[in-house]
Write a protein that binds this ligand. Structure first.
Ligand code: ZN
Length: 456
């Protein structure tokens, strides 16, 4: 670990702990103040925001324009608040070796992988980066794994090994002699992943939800023998069955985390209530529909607008993230946190399938529709692939009992009929492993019709 940042990190972690005792009105006062400071900073130092918010600088947040990733990348050099940052140079820098290097000797860099060829770059100065690391530490603490730099704990992360992935960068910074950590590429063959985990014997296991379920099956079938005290999942929808299988394998349900390369950890599950509370002291979250209209609590939105209160190098104000989440209608009555919780994640809007409707036109079928059928099957993995406008393939791996394929396709037909879709041809196929994409994720829903999607 970069020893220089340890005192700052410990004090930030302590600070964040204090915020958890705030009342809701204390939190709201701090948010208002944080937003005011962020905007003042952006208006003073970012030529982009000076134009983008022209005439709106005194207006409330919900009247400001939306910032998309495409806009952010197009206006990168004017948006950042340090005039010596150049996107071209950031690109050059990130094509080199990542290991603990900083751009201009002072900026940590993370990148989103873009399958359409447009990765997003995100820069953090030292105080910002400390906040990012502290936000991940909070996520771990909420599981009951108190961050203690002196206690030896072995960590294993099964994920993308792109060195510019947020979690890789965090791991490099957080690695200390007391928390040795390995990173295993989720895209490796399962046997290899199991072998490496058996050799490493992690106390903390971190992985995509689909991977955690597969590893739980490996443990239950006796090929994997590890005893992690905590399992963390992220980046994909965590289904009820995955929770149950992880619990069956290691004694407790996984702790789900929700984060983005652009921001930091956004929300994490708390051990007291097992609900995913948003880090509202660090960021503001708005749930909106396709047309960016606010969506009431208790309903799913199409997108999330995130304002990162601590961002200064690259201010993010109403930054669009394509996740469909639902906020709780009430505050949590089980734990004492002042933060709102997310009571449903449907995944990315891109995960929904556009199908032909009986009434004519197209309708969006949400992943939950397939989850209802697929998640309760005794399999270690599944994937629904939209092959064409009129055909679906259903893949299943690691079936524990015999499954009647016909019953599976019947159940899916029934669900789609309820949604009002024209029933496609459904093919059920058993495979040894669900194919993974380049970052090692095995999405539950996939479409071969639109290939040009971003993978965050
Ligand atoms: Zn709670």
């Amino acid at each position: 670990m970069n020893i220089k940042i340890i005192p700052g990190l410990l004090s930030t972690i302590r600070q964040l702990r204090k915020h958890e005792n705030w009342t809701r009105s204390q939190l709201e006062a701090s948010q208002a103040d944080g937003l005011k400071q962020l905007r003042a900073y952006a208006y003073a130092h970012s030529p982009f925001y000076q134009k983008f918010h022209q005439g709106l600088m005194d207006r409330p947040l919900n009247e400001l324009p939306i910032l998309t990733k495409a806009m952010l990348m197009e206006h990168f050099d004017e948006l950042v608040t340090d005039r010596s940052i150049r996107l071209e140079k950031v690109r050059e820098f990130s094509s080199g070796n990542a290991n603990n290097r900083r751009y201009l000797d002072r900026y940590w860099v993370t990148a989103t992988s873009g399958s359409s060829g447009h990765p997003g770059f995100f820069l953090f100065n030292e105080p910002e980066w400390i906040t990012v690391i502290a936000s991940f530490a909070r996520g771990q603490e909420w599981s009951g794994a108190r961050v203690n730099l002196l206690r030896r704990r072995r960590m294993a992360t099964v994920a993308s090994i792109s060195p510019w992935h947020m979690s890789s960068q965090v791991a490099v910074t957080a690695r200390t002699p007391s928390t040795p950590s390995i990173r295993i590429a989720a895209s490796l063959p399962l046997e290899k992943i199991v072998q490496q985990l058996n050799a490493w014997q992690p106390n903390l296991l971190i992985g995509y939800a689909s991977m955690s379920r597969i590893l739980a099956e490996e443990q239950l079938s006796g090929r994997l023998h590890i005893a992690p005290a905590k399992v963390f999942t992220s980046s994909e929808v965590l289904t009820d069955e995955t929770r149950r299988r992880v619990k069956a394998a290691w004694g407790d349900e996984p702790f789900n985390q929700y984060g983005a390369t652009e921001t930091a950890d956004i929300a994490a599950e708390h051990k007291v209530c097992r609900r995913m509370h948003i880090f509202e002291d660090l960021l503001l979250v708005e749930v909106v529909d396709e047309q960016y209209r606010p969506v009431p609590r208790g309903e799913f939105g199409a997108k999330l607008l995130v304002t990162t209160l601590f961002s200064r190098t690259q201010p993010l104000i109403r930054y669009e993230i394509n996740d469909s989440v639902r906020l709780s209608e009430e505050s949590c009555s089980i734990c004492d946190l002042p933060f709102t919780f997310i009571d449903g994640i449907q995944g990315r809007v891109e995960d929904a399938l556009s199908m032909q409707a009986v009434k004519g036109g197209q309708i969006l079928i949400q992943p939950l529709v397939f989850n209802r059928v697929m998640d309760i099957l005794p399999v270690s993995g599944w994937q629904v692939i939209q092959e064409t406008d009129s055909s679906l393939t259903v893949l299943m791996s690691g079936a524990r009992n015999s499954i009647h394929d016909e019953a599976v396709s019947d159940a899916i037909r029934k669900e789609l009929a309820l949604e009002g879709a024209i029933i496609p041809l459904i093919k059920v196929q058993h495979v040894t492993e669900i194919p993974k994409n380049s970052s090692g994720k095995a999405p539950l829903i996939k479409s071969n019709i639109h290939q040009d999607r971003m993978i965050a």
